[in-house]
Design a protein around this ligand. Structure first.
Ligand code: AMP
Ligand code: MG
Length: 338
């Protein structure tokens, strides 16, 4: 091993470029990140990639100085190989290849979705959870079965976070809209403690073990157009789509016989979703876990942690195998460390 045993993780799947570290024992250190925030419209893949290229040198400098490290302390370079936006992934992979070459450190391409699960397991100390992975682009219910993380149910159209962001954008709220929707919903609830769902009903997004969010988005936009208070619609939207996710997660617990539920992804920052998961888990003698918020949103530390795990079982990525894969699936990655 060259270097000081540290693994650097580079996250660049979408809106955020992030560098994170784990030490030689796999212990995580907080990430240094920068998120693109378009003045108007959604995330444009090439503009986000340009952003990542621009901020990369400064972020890399900061992750080293804030941890009192020299570049030579880094022994492994992990990066998000997929899934994600092609132009963004390519920037992260290029940075990884350059650093790997310069520092003579092996490259480890990792699966972004699996990284969300593994940082959650590490942070929460759970062993074999059902994962409710709710992010911008992804919404999946996942469980470990026969050496892979299997997708038991997922969104059939857009990710839950994208849906929240689109709803927010239509109200003039910039990206990321999820946290603002949460705030508007809870403020409305405080002012309307005797609320009912009357007049605020939305389509329910469950299809067997799968979910769908574009219909509920259209219906929520209509409610606002028809004069319902924005806070009321935010509340109803959260209640409907989070209930749908929790219902599928509960069925997954029941089918698999597992007794731990783990939240992951940016939408897992939401307090209402966290409390719904708690309530459901307590009702069925299970336990619900949610990682610290800095490890729910996209972060380089989770990439470093998964790179470290992969490296422990001898998996590194040869240069010629380091191409990104926009469509990498959660269940394509063998899990032989779990
Ligand atoms: P990720 O793609 O995992 O980085 O997560 C980003 C997504 O998480 C965006 O769609 C955000 O709007 C959403 N998000 C972040 N915080 C919250 C929150 N408190 N409530 C709901 N959604 C959130
Ligand atoms: Mg993510």
């Amino acid at each position: 091993m060259t270097g000081g045993g540290w693994t650097l993780g580079i996250e660049s799947t979408a809106h955020t470029l992030s560098f994170g570290l784990v030490d030689k024992d796999g212990i995580p250190y907080p990430s240094i990140s920068d998120t693109v925030r378009p003045d108007k419209g959604g995330i444009h893949p090439r503009e986000a990639a340009d952003h990542h290229k621009e901020v990369a040198p400064e972020l890399f400098r900061r992750i080293l100085t804030e941890n009192n490290l020299t570049p030579e302390a880094i022994s492994n370079i992990a990066f998000s190989q997929g899934p994600g936006l092609g132009p963004c992934l390519r920037i992260g992979a290029s940075i990884a290849r350059g650093l790997s070459n310069r520092l003579d450190a092996p490259l480890i391409g990792v699966n972004h979705c699996v990284a969300h699960i593994e940082i959650g397991r590490q942070q929460c100390g759970c062993d074999d959870p059902v994962l409710l992975y709710v992010s911008g682009g992804n919404t999946q219910v996942i469980a470990r079965l026969e050496g892979r993380y299997r997708v038991l149910g997922e969104t059939l159209d857009i990710g839950i976070g994208n849906m929240l962001d689109k709803f927010a954008r239509a109200q003039g709220i910039p990206f990321p809209g999820g946290p603002v929707i949460e705030k508007l919903a809870s403020e409305w609830l405080i002012q309307n403690p005797d609320h009912s769902m009357e007049g605020l009903e939305l389509p329910y997004a469950v299809r067997g073990m799968d979910l769908a969010f574009s219909g509920v988005l259209t219906a929520a936009l209509k409610l606002v157009e028809n004069g319902q208070a924005l806070g009321a619609v935010c509340w109803s939207l959260q209640e409907h789509v989070f209930s749908a996710c929790v219902e599928v997660a509960e069925r997954a617990l029941s089918h698999t016989g597992k007794s731990e539920l783990l939240l992951g992804g940016g939408v897992a920052c939401n307090d209402r979703l966290r409390s719904m998961c708690e309530i459901m888990s307590v009702e069925r003698d299970s336990q619900s876990f949610a990682p610290p918020r800095m490890y729910c949103i996209d972060n380089g530390t989770m990439i470093a942690r998964l790179g470290w795990l992969e490296q422990q079982v001898g998996r590194i990525t040869l240069l010629e195998k380091s191409a990104i894969d926009q469509y990498l699936r959660t269940d394509q990655t063998p899990i032989n460390w779990a």
